[in-house]
Design a protein around this ligand. Sequence first.
Ligand code: NOJ
Length: 768
Amino acid sequence: MRKKLLLFLLLSSGILLSSFSIKKDLKMINNDSTKDSTDVKVDSLLTIMTLEEKVGQMNQYNGFWDVTGPSPEGGNAEKKYDDLRKGRVGSMLTVRGTDQVRAVQKIVVEESRLGIPLIIGFDVIHGYKTLSPIPLAEAASWDLEAIKKSASVAAAEAAASGINWTFAPMVDISRDPRWGRVMEGAGEDPFLGSAIARARVRGFQGDDLSAVNTIAATAKHFAAYGFAEAGREYNKADIGTVTLHNIVLPPFKAAEEAGVKTFMNGFNELNGIPVTGNEFLLGDILKEKWNFEGFVISDWASIGEMVTHGYAKDMAHAAEIAVKAGVDMDMESSSYVDELVELVKAGHVDEALVDDAVRRILRVKFELGLFDDPYKYCDPEREETVIGSKENQEAVLDIAKKSIVLLKNENNLLPLKKTGQRIAVIGPLADDNNSVLGSWRIASEDNSGISILEGLKQYSGNELLFEKGAELLTKKPTFINELEFNTTDKSGFEKAITVAKNSDVVILVLGEHGFQSGEGRSRTALDLPGIQQELMEKIYEANKNVILVLNNGRPLVLNWASENIPAIVEAWHLGTQTGNAVAQVLYGDYNPSGKLPMTFPRSVGQIPIYYNHKNTGRPVDPQPGDNMVFWSHYIDEESSPLYPFGFGLSYTSFNYSNLKVENSFAVNEEVKVSVELSNTGDYDGKEVVQLYIRDLFAKVVRPVRELKGFQLVELKKGESKTVNFSLTEKELGYYDQNGDFIVEPGDFEIFVGTNSNASLKTTFSLQQ
Ligand code: NOJ
């Protein structure tokens, strides 16, 4: 039966050459009920495509408006339109809005020979127009349901605007806060990172990819982009196989297992080979070992950049390397559309590779329902009602509150009383409704966030006195330009000091501008930029009751603040609802429950610093009375972090007791662990109960701690609860140097508690 149909298609493609008839064939392929699986439809379609048309599917162009990378725009537009008509484009990125998407879709559908619809990609990173917190902040919530919901809101808004596919989630693990893109990930830990990767993929893609409120997701940037040497953007990564398999790859694998439709390779090289041309990563691991069935997109122009890396001799060579490695679609380097047909004709590239790539791409287009109706995501009425809806605003407010981390609260300065207080609100970011939106937000309107000052006004009857104190920047910031910081103008200090003196409490809002983190925003210093440190010290001199509210896209070095300022609230860049979320936390309407997904260092010199480090042969704790220097430490700074991974306080207090586990288990048995948690403070609250293990000796040295379980537990004041965990081979095993997953018998320690320094400990052994 199948053969017959293919024969018919082959014949018809040979005989019926008019575009109308070909499009009829395309329709028949899509509607033919005998073709019950997408794969059969894809195969049929492939038989009527020319080599040029196949290569066209592998080409993605940027749209004509927003740019997210260096690009020869403008002059190129003519060529792009022409290529759309000729079926030389399979996808576009950063085209947005139902009218614009309809316009480009119409060109390919009506004017190209086959009329294969485009898949429209976009960086929907933490919301589309209604913005959630930056991804690193969301990770601080440890709340997988809320994270999933946030991704589904983003998907619904983007899909309503004509978009089919997001280049998110970024699942790169990073241990280096100098790297600006830590704001886009889930932090330093592979276990938390994997759980969040799954949640985000499920949130974006939902249960039905063809639904009008879901979009395809992308696990990026495969792989090790987050290990950019010295935290410098786009730098090379040199890591061994043990780190690759145990730290870098797990969140990618989790995304794959959650059904992510696409992968994006990184810009970086890994151990000497650009990941864009890395057959080991894309071929051996992703497509063979993991059996990934979706498609791989390059990063922006990363195929062409293999020439600059010094890995390909020219564009044609770069295209050949990339397609052979397993990159199915070329983002904006034109290398495929310009070179691939010739490469196949000359026998340098097997057409079967092109067929495989096109199959993967077409399958996703079928799954999205684009062949049923290429304009199904282009309904202006839906666009109007979905984007910015009340429900979406509530969802982003919910995750914004949950993302806030209370770092310090001496003498219970927080929560604030709602009345009878005179409060000074000071700082360059206090009334900023743009910076709060964070980086990576190309579709949202500028200044559409609720500033912290606005939020505070709405939530209390207190008297609020606002003074900026200083400007952070000297020029209006944008997503793509370098920022200019104010390092000299202190003319606003005086007024700010005066209001601080005349107030009961000061809320000082400082940190990084929203555009100070993200792509291309690496830093060498992690202090408060500009003259903010000086402002903080002056304000503290005037009034000791300071609540420091931080806005930042990465861990900062906060030694002075941590020592002196009585209350510190890590509020990241929380998106559209920032001000409301911060106000609810400061006034105690929401008891903070966030925990740091990344270690905060004491000094940039400690970086990379991360909780799951190795013990070394001469670990950090010297023997009592030992005054020798020969142990692993710094002579000018402690080795420990300022705030450890998993750290975060609450207005209430929690007590952990009764940690229990049996003494021994067989390797394949479930290890059951229980602990009692009590709310011993004065507020109802929520705690992220964290479980860490240590495999005491192994064929490959294991970290001193590894997160292997966490649970969000809500307790009324005075309430207690037994919290149960179960560990299986999945949590107790690890990848060896060859990338093989092994579970070894032996002794393990378990730590359960409120952060990665948890001291409550028990042990068990695994028997063969
Ligand atoms: C480059 C970034 O690395 C990638 O994450 C993004 O999706 C593309 N630009 C497209 O904007």
